[in-house]
Design a protein around this ligand. Structure first.
Ligand code: SF4
Length: 344
């Protein structure tokens, strides 16, 4: 079976080239064609010999995706449903957002998710598999080709738990980072996790300069466990110890995501508990007005409550912002488009 050439980071691709009797610099040439020129065939790699192009064609695939749906919001956010073109024609989602500082893409890391967060559209659909390295990268390349743009920021916040696909995530980041790859600095990459504690330690030890976002959503174990089953395995105290370790190792601020759901975690008592949990920590809180999902149990907080919550945190020394709501008219919350398509 042919392998995706985008599953290899530069060092591995050099080894692949040497194994077929080619010089290692061929890997650098191929890397440039793949990630900087974003070609859709081996034939276009014109500085490689015809013989090498033929051998690449015989042994590898480029792992291109098919765009199944593309929805565009009135605010410019574009949501893609992508067929990864495997045997089962599995689908994933990626979202393109435009900010004043450039284009940001939210990418998926798995086909489905095992975490079962109660507010997430991916919950209730069986987990299928981890995305391969090339499939993580191809989301970026597909959208760059489709929109004829260069993406400057990447957030791992789409379908799946990125730290549950740790090795592929690390290789994908190496390709995204590499000057001969997509050349996007680690500071422009955010990894969002529901809180897989051992992997937070592992990530900290790697000392890559990505931003870590923790999906916290509650400062008490009872509320958090009711929203996120992972809290029963790694309760808040254990998670916070890992966060402190991450900050100590990387000297980087952690972003805590907090989805506000009406009468669930959005009153001033909840804000007080959050202040107590995060005070003195190198942290930022990002409040997310919850994006209601079909048959979901949560509804969005009122604007008044969201503002009160933010002001309470800011007034008590916790830097807090409210995430701009993008793409609500196209169901931009992760998993919704895929779920709808599966039903159809
Ligand atoms: S919110 Fe993220 S981690 Fe939780 S179920 Fe959805 S995709 Fe998985």
């Amino acid at each position: 079976m042919k392998k995706s050439i985008k599953n290899y980071d530069l060092d591995d691709l050099k080894k692949e080239m040497m194994a077929i009797g080619e010089k290692p610099f061929r890997a650098e040439q191929i890397f440039k064609w793949l990630y900087q020129d974003n070609v859709t065939s081996f034939e276009e790699m014109t500085n490689l010999s015809l013989d090498l192009r033929r051998r690449l064609e015989e042994n590898y695939i480029l792992g291109l995706f098919k765009i199944v749906h593309k929805l565009e919001s009135i605010d410019g956010t574009k949501k893609y449903l992508l067929d990864v073109q495997d045997e089962e024609h599995n689908m994933i989602e990626a979202v393109l957002m435009q900010y004043h500082h450039g284009y940001t893409i939210c990418v998926s890391s798995q086909i489905g998710c095992k975490m079962g967060c109660k507010f997430c559209a991916s919950t209730g659909i069986p987990f299928v598999r981890n995305l391969e390295v090339g499939e993580i990268i191809e989301q970026i390349l597909t959208i760059q080709r489709d929109e004829k743009i260069t993406i400057s920021n990447i957030v791992f916040m789409g379908i799946g738990e990125p730290l549950d696909n740790f090795d592929h995530l690390m290789k994908a980041i190496a390709i995204i980072n590499h000057p001969k790859g997509l050349h996007i600095g680690a500071r422009h990459i955010s990894i969002s996790t529901s809180g897989i504690v051992p992997k937070i330690y592992e990530l900290a030890d790697k000392q890559i300069q990505c931003t870590l976002s923790i999906s916290l959503h509650a400062a008490s174990n009872s509320i958090r466990s009711s929203m996120m089953p992972i809290n029963q395995t790694y309760p808040i105290e254990t998670l916070m110890e890992a966060c402190q370790y991450y900050i100590k190792k990387t000297n980087k601020r952690i972003s805590f995501e907090y989805a506000l759901a009406k009468d669930n975690n959005d009153n001033i008592e909840d804000a007080k508990a959050l202040v107590n949990l995060l005070k003195g920590m190198l942290a930022h809180v990002n409040l997310i007005p919850i994006n209601p999902i079909e048959k979901g149990i949560y509804t969005k907080s009122t604007n008044e409550n969201i503002i009160k919550f933010r002001d309470y945190l800011n007034n008590h020394g916790i830097i807090t912002t409210i995430r701009r709501e993008l793409g609500t008219d196209i169901n931009a919350a992760c998993g919704q488009l895929r779920k709808q398509n599966m039903k159809e």
